[in-house]
Design a protein around this ligand. Structure first.
Ligand code: PMP
Length: 299
């Protein structure tokens, strides 16, 4: 926290910290993988750049450089001797004064690492999950900038997720304020139709996912056509394949939407191809795109 290693139980903040009341935290979710070629962090510079951009959108400067954050993350992983982990850097408005105006509060920085397995359940990557279209929509672009990864955005995500889980689904898919497909509560979405991969554009109130960007690059590298364009809700039901992409969810097949079976009801060939290419990097440690930051030797 703020440049020093703090024991887990002592990593606390004051209850009147601004962030708790008004949601101003800028954060990342990153994975460190125990690949066959050693521990490595997936697309660390891209995640840290998004952190800087998220803060910038809210007129906030991250108090550390990307190089300093990189060194701190590596040191933290080594100190915890974790070969694989989930990494959560968070920059937030701390304890100072209350009231909506944030600028008189300190900008604090923390990084945590912990073990986080498969986000949507242990069988999800293999068997796929069932989802619903949420009755909650994403905020319109002129109300909350969803390209910023900010704590407050996740109040909308929580509504989507709770509605889905209470209805017996693993996840919900939100539409944007125009009624086009946006994303899951914590994942971007891809759809295969007639051999072409579609995903909503950045203007559809989505987070610009690092995994989404990786999927687009991996797909094009194996000569799949990828289009970023508005997806009408009904295309979900006409699709041959659907999958989620995200750091926590990785590449998770979606096998039904609103209880309607997608394709064969199993993960499709294009989904499997993308999963295979993604696992070549994150499991085998193959790195043709320069996406892995090695953690180095453990003490
Ligand atoms: N959308 C939302 C709302 C998310 O929270 C996440 C997870 N950060 C994603 C998409 C996927 O982004 P990434 O691939 O960078 O993890």
């Amino acid at each position: 926290m703020n440049g020093t290693l703090v024991e887990w139980d002592k990593a606390n903040i004051h209850i009147l910290s601004h962030v708790i009341h008004y949601g101003a935290s800028f954060f990342e979710g990153i994975r460190c993988y125990d690949t066959k070629k050693g521990s490595a962090i997936f697309r660390l510079p891209e995640h840290l750049q998004r952190l800087v951009n998220s803060a910038r959108i809210y007129r906030t400067e991250v108090p550390y450089t990307i190089e300093q954050l990189t060194a701190a993350i590596i040191k933290l992983i080594q100190a915890n001797a974790m070969r694989s982990c989930y990494i959560r850097p968070i920059v937030y408005r701390g304890y100072g004064e209350l009231g909506v105006f944030p600028m008189n509060n300190p900008v604090d920085t923390a990084i945590a690492v912990w073990d986080w397995g498969s986000y949507l359940g242990s069988e999800a990557l293999e068997k796929g999950i069932s989802v619903c279209v949420s009755s909650w929509t994403r905020p319109s672009p002129n109300s909350i900038p969803m390209l910023a990864k900010v704590g407050g955005n996740y109040i909308n995500s929580q509504l989507i997720k709770m509605e889905a889980v209470s209805g017996g689904y693993a996840e919900g898919v939100a539409l944007d304020s125009n009624g086009f497909v946006s994303e899951g509560s914590g994942e971007n979405i891809f759809l295969a139709h007639d051999g072409i991969l579609f995903t909503p554009p950045l203007s559809a109130s989505i987070l610009g996912g690092v995994t989404r960007n990786s999927v687009i690059k991996l797909a094009r590298a194996v000569n799949m056509e990828v289009r970023e364009e508005n997806i009408p809700r009904e295309m979900l039901f006409m699709s041959d394949e659907l999958f989620f992409a995200g750091t926590a969810a990785e590449i998770t097949p979606i096998t039904s939407v609103d209880k309607m079976k997608i394709g064969t009801g199993k993960a499709g060939d294009m989904t499997r191809t993308i999963q295979k290419e993604f696992f070549k990097v994150t499991r085998n440690g193959e790195d043709p795109h320069g996406w892995l930051t090695p953690v180095g030797d453990f003490d």
